[in-house]
Structure formats: structure tokens, C-alpha cells
Design a protein. Structure first.
Ligand code: T4K
Length: 393
């Protein structure tokens, strides 16, 4: 037997791997009638019937007044800033996906990073005022992991300084506080319907706005600025959602409640299984009446036997692809790190969280068996280290 034949590396099948998320897809057969309608009508895009239906259906489902669909959340963020004619400096969080700050750069706006609250990891309202300058025109907070920001405190500051508020609500589909949808706050909120999100249309996004006039401006901006065949009122972009994505969204909406219910069960299971694991802190829900359980972040604290990156690697060795959302901080990427507000001393809480956080897999198809296996890997490190510590004593 040759040497190479003795060493058999068994590559796990793709379906044996567990990722941080897996898209929830309605059964394919249910989508066929939607496709047939598109094939019959030949309307593929530019505000067709499914686009209209989905905007209406999402307003009803989310409990909001006006919603404009987009091809993705990033284009929606870029357009939201255009819609309110934001310029100068915008206060935002370093603890998010890069698209948040990139949308500012795409508009020639300077991001000013402000630290986050240690309990919510959302923009800390107590630190916003110190970052306001004569150039500040707006605040762009993120409802990180779908947990609502302190919307009242942020609005109070915005009112005092005459600033606009655009929420990056990419994670906050369906989240409700006591006062209703979290998407009703600020001047605009932006959703993402990316494959990795709680509600997905493959790619997609939306801007939620409070009045019909703003919605009309947004609708112009996402369609090159066209009002009619011969009238262009703004230097708009092509940000429209296609009919195929909108049709899929209509179908996905029929299954969303079941998907959210399963996420809730998984969240509860993790919390129970990890409750007594020393050094592991599960981020609590904050102020939400209805959560969407979009992510399951744990913070690996100093009293856990191994570091966050070692636990991340341990998972990978077991073909479990947990993710360090959000490490590195946005403020550490090359296009931001030169900004005065990007300095670590200005962002101690965010910097600490970025080194501790690990998002565990959470998606409706995740089995109870795998949830237990994942929690067991976390708890296992404590079991391994306990006898060792006893020997050392
Ligand atoms: N603002 C915030 C706060 C955001 O989090 C995001 C997006 C945006 C704005 C921008 O919205 P969009 O323009 O994307 O609509 C992912 C997503 O690509 C990104 O949408 C999301 N945030 C971010 C938090 O996560 P990656 O680089 O982690 O994606 P990826 O491809 O590594 O996917 C993660 C895992 O999901 C994969 O390991 C497997 C699974 N997956 C992924 C895709 C794309 C699938 O099973 N199927 C798939 O099709 O960024």
C-alpha cells in the first residue's frame, strides 16, 4: 500500500457543516405559480405588480405606514442619506457590518464613530453629544442583532441639535417594542432582506418612511430620478427590487411566523444550556416586546478557560462555522482608521466586545441535536479545564 493511500483525509460534506446561518426558503414547488405569473406578464422589474404587493404586505406585516423596496440594504442606506440630503458629518457606531459606514463614504459624508453601550452594544446615547460639531447633520445608529437602540434618548439629542436620525435596521425585521414596530423611530429606517437575514428575498432591502412625500422622493431616487418618460428630478440610482425577488418575498411572508417561532425556541435552548457556563455571557434582549432572534451572540469573558479565537477555532475543527460579528470594528478598516474618532481610546467598549463576541449558529432548520452539540462544545472547555485546575492547586 502506498503512503498516500494510508492517509485518508475525510473532507466533510457541505451539508455536514453548520454555518452561522442558513437561509429559510419556502418550498420550491410553492414558488412555481409565482414564476408562471411573471413569465405570463413579462413584467420583470420597474415597479411591477409583485413589487406593489410586497410593499403593501410588508407595511401591514411590520405595522409601518410607508415602505420602499430596494435591491439590497446597502443601496437603501445610500439612498436614505440622499433622500434627506445629508452632508457633512454623521455620528455612527463602529460595531456593525461595514455597509453602515460605507453608505456614508458613498455619499461623501464623514463618519464620526461613537462608542457603544456595554449591555446592548448599540450606540451609547450618553456619548453622542460630545461628538457633535457644527458639521454634524445626522445620527445613524444600528439596532445591532435586532435589539432596539435607546430610541427615546437618541431622538431627544436629535431634537435638541436639529439632527436627522436614520436607523440602520438591517437586523430588526419584525422587532416590536411596547410602542409598536421599532422601525417607526427616527426619520427613516433601513432593512436588509439579504440571504443571511431573518426575512430574505435572496437579496433585498427597504426604506421605511413616515409620509407619502418622502416615499415619493425615495421612489424617484431608486429609479434614476425618473418621474415620467421625459422628467428626471434627481441624480438617482438604480436601486429597484426585481419582480422575482418581490414575488419570492410574498411567498416568504407566508412562512415567516413559523421561522420566527423556531428562532425563539433555539434562542431559549441556547440560553438554558449556556446559563451556568462560567465566562460565557449571552447578550440579553433589551426593551423589545417581540424579538426576532436574528443572531445569537455570546461574549467570551476573561474567566472562560480559553480565549474567543480559540473557541472559534474549536468550532471550526468541528465543522461549525460560528462568526465573530463584528470583528474587526469598522473603525479598524483601512478607509476609516485614520479618522480621529476611530482611535481605540475613543471606543473602548466596542473594542472590547469585538474581541469577545462569537455569534453561534441560529436558523430555523438547526436541529435540537446540533444546538446541544454546539452548547456542549462551549461547556466542554470548562469541564476539560476543571480537573486540570484541581491538579494545579
Ligand atoms: N447594515 C447592517 C447592520 C448589516 O448587517 C448589513 C448586512 C447591511 C447593512 C447591508 O445589507 P445588504 O446590502 O447585505 O442587504 C453577511 C451578509 O452578506 C450581510 O448581508 C450581513 N449584513 C452581514 C452581517 O453578514 P458575510 O460576509 O458574513 O456573509 P457570508 O457570505 O459569509 O454568509 C454567512 C453564512 O451564511 C455563510 O457562512 C453561509 C450562510 N449563507 C450565506 C449566503 C450568502 C448561506 O447559507 N447562503 C447564502 O446564500 O456577510
Amino acid at each position: 500500500m502506498s503512503a498516500s493511500a494510508t492517509v485518508r483525509v475525510v473532507q466533510p460534506q457541505a451539508d455536514e457543516r453548520i454555518y452561522v446561518t442558513q437561509p429559510h426558503l419556502a418550498p420550491l414547488r410553492e414558488f412555481i405559480p409565482y414564476l408562471e405569473k411573471i413569465w405570463d406578464s413579462k413584467v420583470l422589474t420597474n415597479g411591477g405588480p409583485f413589487h406593489h404587493q410586497l410593499e403593501k404586505a410588508l407595511c401591514e406585516y411590520l405595522g409601518v405606514q410607508h415602505l420602499a423596496l430596494f435591491a439590497n440594504g446597502t443601496l437603501a442606506l445610500v439612498t436614505a442619506l440622499q433622500a434627506l440630503r445629508i452632508t457633512g458629518e454623521v455620528i455612527t457606531t463602529p460595531y456593525s457590518f461595514v455597509a453602515t459606514a460605507h453608505s456614508l463614504l458613498w455619499n461623501g459624508i464623514k463618519p464620526v464613530f461613537v462608542d457603544v453601550d456595554p449591555d446592548t452594544l448599540n450606540l451609547d446615547p450618553a456619548k453622542i453629544e460630545a461628538a457633535i460639531t457644527p458639521q454634524t447633520t445626522a445620527i445613524m445608529p444600528v439596532h445591532c442583532y435586532g435589539h432596539p437602540c435607546d430610541v427615546d434618548a437618541i431622538q431627544k439629542i436629535a431634537d435638541n441639535y436639529n439632527l436627522r436620525v436614520i436607523y440602520d435596521a438591517a437586523h430588526a425585521f419584525g422587532v416590536q417594542s411596547e410602542a409598536g414596530s421599532v422601525l417607526q423611530h427616527g426619520d427613516l429606517s433601513v432593512l436588509s432582506f439579504h440571504a443571511t437575514k431573518v426575512f430574505n428575498t435572496f437579496e433585498g432591502g427597504a426604506i421605511i418612511c413616515p409620509d407619502a412625500k418622502t416615499k415619493q422622493r425615495i421612489d424617484h431616487l431608486k429609479n434614476f430620478g425618473f418621474v415620467d418618460e421625459v422628467t428626471v428630478v434627481a441624480s438617482g440610482i438604480n436601486g429597484k427590487m426585481s419582480e422575482i425577488n418581490a414575488a419570492f418575498g410574498m411567498l416568504q411572508l407566508q412562512h415567516i411566523d413559523a421561522a420566527l417561532a423556531r428562532r425563539k425556541e433555539i434562542d431559549a435552548m441556547y440560553r438554558e444550556l449556556l446559563r451556568d457556563v462560567p465566562g460565557i455571557r449571552c447578550l440579553p434582549g433589551v426593551g423589545e416586546k417581540t424579538s426576532n432572534h436574528a443572531y445569537f451572540p455570546i461574549l467570551v469573558e476573561a474567566d472562560y478557560p480559553i480565549g474567543r479565537d480559540a473557541l472559534y477555532q474549536k468550532f471550526r475543527d468541528n465543522e461549525i462555522h460560528a462568526r465573530r460579528y463584528f470583528y474587526p470594528l469598522i473603525s479598524d478598516f483601512p478607509m476609516y482608521r485614520g479618522l480621529p474618532s476611530a482611535h481605540r481610546d475613543n471606543l473602548p467598549v466596542a473594542a472590547d466586545a469585538a474581541l469577545k463576541v462569537l455569534c453561534l449558529p441560529i436558523y430555523p432548520a438547526l436541529s435540537n441535536e446540533n444546538i446541544e452539540r454546539i452548547a456542549d462544545i462551549v461547556a466542554g472547555e470548562v469541564r476539560i479545564s476543571a480537573p486540570l485546575e484541581a491538579c494545579m492547586r
